[in-house]
Ligand binder design. Structure first.
Ligand code: DLL
Length: 431
């Protein structure tokens, strides 16, 4: 463990620390960020009304739009000369949202990342091939400095150039790969095409995957094809970046580093706090952030939080796999469909490849279309029958989704591959 004293805290100790930090943070945000002073005035409260975690529901939410409104320098509690770094997330429309860090914020973030690595068993003797994008995206530098703090060797190769990635995996004998899970699937596929045998030619042991939702089935495929243990890492730029939560050796939920983050689950429609164990939108309060404090930040990510102590000994609550975001839920003929449900069904069927694309098209009365690649071995086998396979997939999907999806089965290698976050949905209604 990187910080055993913190990582092994009992839930009661975590709660006590959270209470102390939360009360302090509310006052800090109110005193230093004009937006919070306004929000509190609107809600008719002052920091004096917030005495314990039980008062959390009195604090107004913060949403992504609040950050956009405060473009370019965001919600800032310190003068610019104390900002040592900024990152930005590319908005799909308009200006990006900018996030800022003080020196102490950087130290906190780097330590959180080092904890994540060590939770997956990565240590100073490891060689980390970091294929997350370096730049405004938090993935590259987040995974970079976390590994350095740990004393590991970092290969800052960034995204893309798949042939070079494969060459480095072999020549440098990298033991850890950090990238999006969709890129890991692509790398495994490309390795085979380029004549590598990942289990023999590479020396990989661990993968640190995140930045997009992925299924348990995708994990199995990645672990089998690369011969590694695949760990899930969660984060978002507004909350430093990657490193908010990570799986431990149990691979049964992602521990939220709760000395730094207070999490709640709310009903995304009403904003009501949900009882423990119910699936809802994750809401985070950062407990020590200096440059850009965020109180009750609505993430739109949907998940269940598990408060039971884990077999690894850590009591930091766990996010059970993120199901997707409230804003990528598709409503098809009045039925809610999560792309992750489709992935779950597809990846469980033998013969289905790693790539798929969900298309919603207004011209066909909002019906759903799914393009799926066939796995190369199956495609080349005498049992493969394109029409029959498409019918089979349609039936399996209808049983789970309760809406009909037209399935188009494609040859291996047809759909575009991604080097970063995969685009799995094409909603033509919004174009
Ligand atoms: O994706 C930070 C990150 C980089 C996390 C590398 C992990 C690894 P953003 O670009 O701001 O930040 O996107 C944040 O990505 O709200 C989730 O919807 C999604 N996301 C991130 N990690 C996971 C994960 C980075 N492990 C948004 N599982 C979040 C599911 C994830 N979704």
């Amino acid at each position: 463990m990187f910080e055993p004293d913190i990582e092994m805290m009992k839930l009661s100790e975590i709660r006590a620390l959270q209470t102390e930090r939360f009360v302090k943070m509310v006052k800090y945000a109110y005193d230093n960020v004009p937006m919070y002073m306004e929000k509190f005035a609107e809600a008719g409260i002052t920091p004096d009304d917030i005495k314990s975690l039980d008062d959390v529901h009195k604090v107004p939410f913060t949403v992504k739009d609040d950050l956009r409104k405060h473009y370019p320098y965001g919600i800032r509690a310190v003068p610019l000369d104390r900002i040592v770094r900024l990152h930005a997330s590319s908005g799909t429309t308009g200006k990006p949202t900018v996030v800022t860090y003080t020196e102490k914020d950087m130290e906190t973030w780097n330590n959180l990342m080092a904890r994540c690595y060590s939770s997956a068993g990565v240590g100073s003797d490891d060689i980390v091939q970091n294929c997350y994008g370096y730049g405004l995206f938090t993935g590259g530098l987040g995974f970079h400095y976390g590994a350095e703090i740990l004393g590991a060797t970092v290969i800052p190769i960034s995204t893309g150039n798949t042939k070079k990635q494969l060459m480095m995996l072999k020549d440098m004998q990298s033991t850890v790969i950090a990238c999006t899970p969709s890129y890991a699937l692509y790398l495994a596929e490309a390795a085979e095409k380029e004549g590598y045998n990942p289990k023999e030619d590479f020396n990989l042991k661990v993968g640190m995957f995140g930045a997009e939702p992925w299924s348990e089935e995708a994990r199995k495929r990645i672990e089998e094809s690369l011969g590694i243990k695949a760990y899930d890492v969660f984060g978002m730029s507004e909350l430093y970046g990657p490193g908010v939560a990570v799986e431990c050796k149990e691979q049964n939920g992602l521990h939220i580093w709760s000395d730094e983050f207070l999490v709640e689950t709310i009903d995304p429609d009403t904003g009501e706090v949900l009882p423990e164990g119910e699936r809802g939108e994750l809401v985070f309060t950062m407990l020590t952030r200096e440059a850009m404090p965020l109180l009750r930040y609505r993430t739109k990510d949907l998940a269940i939080i598990n408060y039971e102590e884990c077999a690894c000994g850590r009591a930091h609550p766990r996010i059970m796999r993120i199901r997707g975001r409230s804003d990528d839920m598709l409503i098809v003929g009045g039925v809610n469909v999560f792309p992750s449900q489709i992935e779950h069904v597809l990846m469980n069927i033998k013969g289905v490849g790693d790539q798929y694309l969900i298309i919603v098209d207004r011209d066909i009365l909002d019906s759903l279309q799914v393009q799926v690649e066939v796995a190369p071995e199956f495609f080349n086998s005498p049992d493969y029958d394109q029409t029959g396979f498409a019918k089979k997939l349609e039936m399996e999907m209808q049983a789970v989704l309760t809406v009909r999806a037209r399935v188009e089965v494609l040859e291996p290698g047809t759909l575009p591959r991604s080097e970063g976050k995969a685009q799995r949905v094409l909603d033509k209604r919004t174009i």
